[in-house]
Ligand binder design. Structure first.
Ligand SMILES: *[C@@H]1O[C@H](CO)[C@@H](O)[C@H](O)[C@H]1NC(C)=O
Ligand SMILES: *[C@@H]1O[C@H](CO)[C@@H](O)[C@H](O)[C@H]1NC(C)=O
Ligand SMILES: *[C@@H]1O[C@H](CO)[C@@H](O)[C@H](O)[C@H]1NC(C)=O
Length: 422
């Protein structure tokens, strides 16, 4: 098994029109020649954006969704071959293959553990076929709580349903951007965030969820979130036209990050080019993760889960493969698509039209009877359930330790058992 859930884990609301996107003609027509085997012509290297259709599959990972929207992996988001994923990430983001190996390895191990059967082909040689991008949102295989851009799976259970933990949610994203003072309705041309600021965004998100999620169900899951943060820094560090970092310490470009996540497309219109592969590798992601975790913050939000400000984690153990475990229901709705293709945001009229689009409604869920009855009884039994959940989860919520090709078996088993017993 070779693959990591971290990167991949991460729907739409108030669509804030942005007047600040420059037109497509402002694209960097070509970036400086580099020798990473991909075309210097960005249009060729990155393919063209096409919004997903109603039968296409998209998932919780903005990176994979972007690859599919640009046809760098199957546009329908189905039957994805691991070799294609491994090629597409470096081509699109300039990330080195070793970081993608980490992500893919962890993904497959966890996915098999949860499903009790191979998630890929029968071959156990490191290659696999991912059925579709949506299954990455099946908890707790790959998705995780307090994503920067998705709701938490159990956020709505107390109200009779699961939350959409799969598609981009602009309120969730804006809540993080608010922490660093970034306004999407009137974005500065260039805005960057430091390690410290990302740690503040993370802690704020943890704090909000710790207060809002159904008590005891919030799963603190720091390592994958941080690996993803490393990926975000790698994908968006401020760079010159050859993809080389401008400063000695990476600063994440918030305008690029916001565009990438909300459009699920590359922010080329904002001067972005893929990173230099020499910079953006596994070591980069891990060292950024660590730096973010260690960055001291200017203030600590109230009501944090225990351990939120810890800076070290016990080394995880390997997970046995093929250990069957039940799966949880997937959120079922059509894939999220950016309200307009990025090119259409170039005029004020287009931006106004985009801002006036109706808010997409989450489709109603069809839950299996077994799940509905559990939810119903949970709602009536709420006081005792909260008590039971707190007893199970304790004051320090259990967490998956998905990190670097391995996972803590005991913790994950306990977490699964706790989730099942709810
Ligand atoms: C987005 O998340 C917020 C909570 O932050 C929730 O109230 C809203 O319903 C979500 N929107 C969609 C479209 O799921
Ligand atoms: C993805 O695969 C899962 C599992 O087979 C299935 O339940 C789901 O409907 C699929 N979603 C899409 C959009 O293909
Ligand atoms: C993956 O798919 C590509 C074509 O898209 C094919 O060339 C390659 O052999 C496949 N690799 C595996 C391991 O199945």
């Amino acid at each position: 098994m070779h693959l990591t859930p971290t990167l991949l884990a991460l729907p739409a609301v108030v669509l804030e029109g942005s007047l600040a996107y420059p037109s497509r003609s402002d694209w960097v027509a070509e970036h400086v020649k580099r020798y990473d085997s991909f075309s210097d012509d960005l249009a060729q290297r990155l393919g063209s954006y096409q919004a997903p259709g109603p039968t296409d599959s998209r998932g919780p990972c903005p990176g994979l969704n972007t690859l599919a929207n640009h046809g760098l992996i199957n546009r329908n988001g189905k039957n994805l071959n691991s070799s294609d994923i491994k090629t597409a990430f470096p081509r699109a983001f300039g990330i080195a293959e070793d970081a993608i190996e980490t992500a893919l390895h962890n993904y497959e191990v966890v996915c098999e553990y949860i499903k009790g059967t191979t998630c890929g082909t029968a071959a156990n040689d490191g290659t696999f076929i991912l059925t579709n991008l949506t299954i990455l949102g099946e908890p707790p295989a790959f998705e995780h709580d307090y994503s920067y851009s998705r709701q938490d799976y159990r956020q709505n259970w107390a109200h009779g349903g699961i939350a959409d933990n799969i598609y981009f949610n602009s309120s969730e994203m804006q809540a993080g951007l608010n922490v660093v003072g970034y306004k999407r309705s009137n974005p500065p041309k260039v805005a960057t965030a430091s390690y410290q600021q990302f740690n503040e965004v993370r802690l704020q998100r943890e704090s909000t969820q710790n207060q809002n999620d159904f008590p005891g169900w919030f799963q603190q899951n720091i390592p994958p979130t941080l690996f993803e943060t490393g990926f975000i820094f790698g994908a968006t560090f401020d760079r010159d036209s050859s993809g080389t970092m401008k400063e000695s310490t990476p600063m994440a470009r918030l305008d690029w990050w916001n565009f990438w996540f909300s459009e699920e497309s590359f922010p080329t219109q904002l001067g972005w080019v893929p990173a230099s592969t020499e910079v953006f590798n596994n070591q980069f992601c891990l060292s950024v993760s660590s730096a973010v975790l260690h960055a001291s913050v200017s203030s600590t939000p109230k009501s944090l889960p225990a351990g939120a400000t810890a800076t070290t984690f016990p080394p995880p153990a390997n997970l046995p493969e093929g250990d069957p475990s039940p799966t949880l229901a997937l959120f079922q709705s059509p894939p999220y698509a950016a309200p307009t293709a990025p090119t259409a945001t170039k005029t004020a009229a287009a931006a106004a039209k985009r801002a006036a689009l109706p808010e997409p409604q989450a489709s109603s869920l069809t839950l299996p009877a077994s799940v509905s009855s559990i939810v119903a009884s949970e709602v009536t039994a709420r006081p005792s359930l909260i008590q039971a959940a707190l007893q199970l989860a304790g004051s320090a919520p259990l967490r998956c330790k998905l990190y670097q090709q391995s996972i803590d078996t005991v913790t994950l088993k306990n977490q699964m058992a706790a989730a099942q017993s709810y």
